[in-house]
Write a protein that binds this ligand. Sequence first.
Ligand code: BGC
Length: 764
Amino acid sequence: MNKFLVGALAAALCAPMAVAAPAQKRVPLNREAKMRVKIDSLMSVMTLEEKIGQLNLPVAGILTGDARSENVAENIRQGHTGGVFGTIGAQACHDLQRIAVEESRLGIPLIFGLDVIHGLETTYPIPLAQAASWNMPLIEEAARAAATEASAMGIAWVFSPMVDVCRDPRWGRIAEGPGEDPYLGSEIARAMVRGYQGNDLADSTTVMACVKHYALYGAPEAGRDYNSVNISRQTAFNDYLPTYKAAAEEGAGSYMASFNDFEGIPATANKYLITDVLRDLWGFDGFVVTDYTGIAEMVPHGLGNFEDVTLRALDAGIDMDMVSEGFKNVLPKAIAEGKVTEAQIDAACRRILEAKYKLGLFDDPYRYCNPAREQGAVYTDADRQLARAMAPETMVLLKNDSQLLPLEGKEKIAVIGPLGDSPDNMFGMWSMADERVKPVSVYQGLKSALGADRVKFAKGCNALSDDALEAKLSARGGLERDNRMPQQLRAEALALAAESDVIIATMGELMNMTGEGASRADITIPEPQRQLLADLAATGKPVVLVLFTGRPLVLTGEAQLADAILNVWFAGSEAGDAIADVLTGKVSPSGKLPVSFPYHVGQVPVYYNHKSTGRPHPQGQPYIKYRSNYQDIPNDPLYPFGYGLSYSTFEYSPVTLSKERMGTHDICRASVTVTNTGTRKAKETVQLYIRDRQASSTRPVMELKGFEKIELAPGESRTVTFPVGARELSFYNHELEYVLEPGEFDIMIGSASNATQSALLTVE
Ligand code: BGC
């Protein structure tokens, strides 16, 4: 087929072309001019040491890595500190800010950062769960609420959104991100940046976003945290970089460099990623911070001594050094020796001062750390209601034989399993919430929904068979080990099951089996729990598996044992009540998987938007030799991307196109009519996928290019229409040009990546 490239050619093979200058949201001109005047005059009186001081970010308070920062207060006083992270609370931040403002020579305010990953004191569902909601306004609202709460607690800068696309569920940090898809991930990146930053960073209830982990951190080899990333530039541009780019387009104020290397260079020293792509190609004009000890870690990475790696980080475009103190200790001497120019330091210092200016810190350094404002702004009823309303939208009903859920007509309910009455484990990883604020458990939630006399609990087993690991993973005192003999725990659970009408098996991962430094090779429910589930199923009583997880688990065995499976991830502050809302039918679950659940760990990475190969295996067929398939397992995941049931049912009409042929600059409209054919009002996410049938490079078998979440009453129909044009059909070709190549495209719409109807569009 004759191919036609849209747009100009890239200047060089290594640099993908910019299609259009990104639509950055900028500070209005007069404010930008005022900012320049202010910062010019401030920098004209700053010593070199004070400028370098702005590039230094120590941790004080909550430690999120092994290293700690010493002499934090004294360094602030000496002007050796630009910001602080890990400190929570208006008073604690105020105390440090006062040192900066009143005791340092120039009184430059600090910027306070924190990992506000899914809320702070009010905890929302973990990010992977939020991705399962496919509800962008809701995700934006939760980020907005988190910003309002965090900004009242001293925080002006959040280390979020984490937009690392990930296709390997062994990686524990998949829980923190948007899942496997660049399109869904990009929409989430935009929604979260909007939520955090609002329309005006100078509003004291908005915070600056820090997009992480730039870049490609979600593709570590073998799913092992911090491991090397080995993917091509073309794959990076098509599949992994779009989320970070979307955040830049939305005006994100800062980025965090990732720990991994890319093309042999750790991201922290990767000039191509930070300067060529992020700044020059995408037009990002904010500041870039390292990750925790990101500079120091380049020594064991093998990139040289501490001085070498520090200079490489600055040269790559890093502005702020988190915890390593490389900039603070190495740069003064490097300047004297002529290894670094003052202009390089000025550029980094200016970007950090600009961030502070945009946040209004020069107008009022205490605007985010006013203890009076904090009163009444934290863990509010409104935020808790939002957390409760969000949770059911994130829960994915994976199986529901004979409409076992919702629990209607079931009088006696047995909650059985180690996660049934474990408030601490409801938060999910990266929860900074005060320990006094405890979520209710599933057991408590069901009791208050149905009455204490109808609901009973038995633990049934400990979460893990490895006592030492379980003790380590049970944060905050966490899940208490039951020291009775396993047989006793099991007997108690079976006795309870025998006298109940339905079993709610509350099982899965402890929250600390997910998140940073939590890679797992065996991604199943831990062994004692699987055994318990088998014993419960053998009673013949109906079993609902309420699954807690921060990653796709292999549920192939459980899918045969349980009659229904509700994946609740980790739902945060309101988990127990929200799970009860769904189990009792007050709300229909409406989550759809943002990531594939493998049939077997040996399939990993398994993702819906894979390529075809030259010897594709016909779907649904048994093993065929000389085809791309396995002898012992199917190619397909157990539960695919986009999948999720509801308490209602939906019917899709065939796909219609407004035109079947079009030019490269045209837009076609693809529509379906969706009807609620069930008996309940419920939400459905309608998904648009495309397949480029022939192209100059191999293309995925399908790619998400649009979605809409709608709510329909029983019997109600709605027509959903998606535009299909250059935005949906273009890709980065082998030369890294962003092109729309004419040819045939399948336009698919449906309720999941494996349940679509399709129409053919020809682009001429
Ligand atoms: C993590 C980041 C986090 C930082 C600060 C690092 O270990 O990789 O995601 O923002 O610590 O807590």
